[in-house]
Structure formats: C-alpha cells, structure tokens
Design a protein. Structure first.
Length: 228
C-alpha cells in the first residue's frame, strides 16, 4: 500500500531547485513526471476547505495541475494565495486587522516594522511576518488596535519599559504629539461643521416667512396679476 504522507523535505528541496528556464518555470509532479515545465501544467479554479486555527473555511482559488497525471501539484504562489484567502476570511470573522492595516499603523508613527515590534516588545520579525500575511495572535491584534490611537501609544511609552534609544524615543514622542494635534483639529472641524449645520437649520426655521391673512391675500393678488 502506498503511503499517503506529505514529504515536506522533498517539496522544500523541489522548491529550492525551482529553475527559471526562459520564463518557463519548472514544476515537480510527485507522481511520475518529476520535472515539468509550465507548459505541461494547467491552472484550474478549485473549491477547497482550509483549516485555520481549528476552524474550517471554504475558499475558491486557483491551483496548478499536472496535465499528464491530472493531479494537483504545488505552486508556491497559487498555494499561498489560497491560504491568504482563508486567513482573510478568518480575520474578517474575528474582526482582526488586515495585513495592510498593520503596515499603516507603523507608517503612521514613522516607524519600521522592526521598530514597532521593539516598542511593543514583540519578537523582532513579528510585525514583518504579520504584514506579509502570517496570521496574527489575537492578543497582539488587540494591542495593535489600541496603540493605533496616538494617546494610547503615548500611555504605552510612558508606562512601559521600551527598548529604544533616547533619540528614537524623542522622535516618536514628537510624532505622537503631531498626530494628537491633528486628531484634535479634526475633532474641532467636525464639531464646527455640525454646529454650522444646526445654525443653518435654525436659520431656515427663522427664515420661513410666516404671513398673516392680509399678506397672503396680497401675495395671492400679486401672483394673479403676474399670471394674467
Ligand atoms: Zn504528473
């Protein structure tokens, strides 16, 4: 009986050996074909169930097949895209940040992925891995959402021991201050806009002419003259 075990070592070795031959990438069919070019393969849309942290997600995505034996073969790009699709469904369901939102957070503070990881006491590559699509830890996600607000970031650097140079810290504090002022300005603008809206409303209320009977008959007569 043939053993149906995935040989990760072999797959990894194959991936490492993937050659670029006049833009015709070579693939490996683990049945009999061994090395084949993209001409011997085809791409099909498949429905797949992918398990993410114990939850099943049904996704639709492209996969590569060997045209000779018709079995699905590994394609590092397509396989990743399907996994990403499942991860994004998991993120949506659990209201987790999307990878690009994580990037936005560190850019907002003029930091790098590594810089933000240092400030939050995460592992050096943690933010980098998240923005490249690795599924984030739920506690990390909540923390990231919190510090995306400048006042919370300020609280964090005021109350926690962070491992960055004095100069870097000052730069961050200046940026936080700027962001807080911007947020405040936005709030004031919004408030002024709301107030103006109400003022306008009041003005139309006051501005609505209230005529007495004599005035009405006068207007009515004027209109009749115009109409005649
Ligand atoms: Zn094959």
């Amino acid at each position: 009986m043939k053993e149906n075990k995935i040989d990760y070592e072999k797959i990894l070795k194959n991936l490492q050996e993937t050659e670029f031959d006049n833009m015709s990438i070579k693939y490996w069919c683990n049945l009999s074909c061994n090395s084949i070019t993209s001409l011997d393969t085809r791409i099909e849309v498949i429905n797949e169930k992918i398990l993410v942290k114990g939850e099943m997600f049904e996704i639709e995505g492209e996969a590569r097949f060997c045209s000779k034996c018709n079995i699905q073969i590994s394609d590092i790009v397509l396989d990743d895209l399907r996994l990403e699709n499942a991860y994004n469904q998991y993120r949506k369901k659990h209201r987790l940040l999307m990878p690009e939102e994580i990037t936005e957070i560190y850019k907002k503070y003029n930091l790098t992925a590594k810089g933000l990881a240092e400030i939050l006491n995460f592992g050096d590559n943690t933010i980098y891995r998240y923005e490249k699509g690795a599924l984030q830890d739920k506690v990390h996600d909540a923390f990231l959402k919190q510090i995306s607000k400048p006042n919370n970031m300020l609280d964090h650097i005021n109350n926690c021991k962070i491992n960055i140079s004095k100069k870097a810290e000052q730069k961050l504090r200046d940026k936080i201050e700027k962001l807080m002022i911007e947020d405040l300005k936005k709030m004031v603008d919004e408030l002024v806009r709301e107030m103006k809206k109400e003022e306008k409303y009041e003005m139309t209320q006051i501005g609505t002419p209230i005529y007495n009977k004599a005035e009405y008959s006068y207007i009515f007569n004027q209109q009749s003259i115009v109409a005649a």
